[in-house]
Design a protein around this ligand. Structure first.
Ligand SMILES: *Cc1c(COP(=O)(O)O)cnc(C)c1O
Length: 420
């Protein structure tokens, strides 16, 4: 298996992220079955949620994704370049970047066939200037703020934006491809959550009516992300934008787990133990001595830390599975997670000799044994780290450093299904 990272080198980092592209394609199929009549946009922002931008985008296209979406224009440029280099025709890979700023290079976006989002008339003015410069219309998706209060035109501002869009379209400066929004509580099954989603839909409909009054009828209306796809069919419209589900994770494992949803987590994060040793009862581990050996213990050292994206907030609460010669061993993470490493408790060492070593034959694990931080069931999951760190699985995977060597398995083009 070839592992590479952002510097093109895999060998000298001990940790590994293995991304199963067959799982990505499978998850896309699950999401397509949940929204069979909608186009599928694969959301690959934030380095494809830590999984690797271009390989995941290619797998998503192979799995039948109709569109690709990122947040930042910079990501879109990188992605378009990667797709061009992979020989993917631009017409087969429409690409939307949804953060537009006053410093966005809209001319380059037009030239790279990247659709952009417009929420405000001042952004539209910049887009029109770029379209004049390039001599080609910009493809835009008008964003309506349906209750998230993030990007998007409020209904109060929308009539002005709509008439500006109408004029720009008449001048041949923009092609209004889409109208879209994003929901804030589609993962929340409570009455208040459902009321919020209903309100998003109502405001979206009002926004579409305002656009229609101005003569703007976008071809693609899109509102739902993964939780909308799974739990709110009325939000599917013409296209859906799957993110977390594509990676095999549930938008909220408390509502339904990955396996309950039929999703397969695509990324497995491992690192080999770099030390296995005994410490005496009462010995503290890591900064601040927040963990103290309750008895004489075997402890292991894992070469991953918060500099790699392992959240320090998970300290003393996460677990890993160590694959030892005698089988998998469940080991709690102990003491504070350091910048580059953390320790795990491998169990009591009561009967050991005075100066045992990892190679004494009595150790529960050996140097080099693989610790699995998270992956697909039944290993620990990103969900477990999220619970330990009091956050969401999105943050666990997105946080993984681009320097962690990644390898891709399950490539649809590989004849024998093994990684190249
Ligand atoms: C991140 C994001 C998505 C994907 O959301 P998931 O919950 O990961 O499916 C879709 N649309 C927008 C605008 C986003 O920011």
């Amino acid at each position: 298996m070839t592992f590479t990272n952002e510097h093109g080198q895999g060998r000298d980092y001990p940790s590994r992220a293995v991304v199963d592209l067959a799982a990505i394609r499978h998850n896309l199929g699950v999401l397509r079955a949940a929204a069979p009549d909608a186009l599928q946009l694969a959301t690959v922002k934030a380095n494809a949620y830590g999984h690797g931008l271009v390989p995941v985008a290619l797998a998503a296209l192979e799995g039948g994704a109709d569109w690709l979406g990122v947040a930042q224009l910079a990501e879109a440029f990188t992605l378009r370049k990667g797709l061009d280099e992979a020989g993917v025709a631009r017409a087969d890979a429409p690409l939307l970047a949804w953060i537009s700023t006053s410093s966005s290079d809209f001319a380059a976006a037009i030239e790279s066939d990247i659709d952009v989002s417009v929420s405000w008339t001042w952004v539209l003015a910049d887009i029109c200037a770029a379209a004049r410069q390039v001599g080609r219309p910009a493809r835009v998706h008008v964003k309506i703020d349906t209750g998230m209060s993030r990007a998007g035109s409020t209904l109060a501002d929308l009539p002005a934006l709509a008439s500006a869009l109408r004029m720009a379209a008449d001048e041949g400066l923009v092609d209004v491809v889409g109208a879209w929004s994003h929901m804030s509580r589609a993962d929340d099954p409570t009455e208040a959550g459902n009321a919020s989603t209903a309100n998003h839909v109502r405001i979206f409909e009002e926004g579409l009516a305002i656009l229609a009054d101005a003569g703007i009828t976008p071809r693609i209306r899109h509102l739902a992300a993964t939780s909308g796809i799974l739990w709110h069919p009325e939000t599917h419209y013409d296209m859906v934008r799957a993110g977390i589900g594509l990676y095999g994770l549930s938008p909220d494992p408390a509502v339904a787990s990955s396996s309950e949803l039929g999703l397969v987590p695509a990324l497995t994060l491992t690192a080999p133990l770099t030390s296995v040793k005994v410490i005496e009862e009462g010995t503290p581990a890591s900064y601040g001595g927040t963990w103290i050996a309750p008895t004489r213990r075997w402890i292991g050292l894992v070469p991953l830390g918060y500099g790699d994206g392992i959240l320090r907030a998970a300290s003393n609460r996460a677990r890993v599975t160590v694959h030892t010669a005698s089988g998998p061993l469940d080991a709690p993470q102990i003491g504070r997670v350091c910048m580059d490493q953390f320790m795990i408790d491998l169990g009591p060492a009561d009967g050991e000799a005075d100066t045992p070593t990892a190679r004494s034959g009595q150790a529960p694990a050996a140097v080099g044994d693989l610790a699995v931080l998270f992956g697909a069931d039944p290993s620990p999951m990103a969900d477990d780290w999220a619970r330990a760190a009091n956050t969401i699985n999105y943050e666990i995977v997105t946080n993984l450093g681009a320097h962690i060597p990644r390898a891709y398995i399950g490539d649809a083009d590989a004849t024998d299904g093994t990684p190249s």
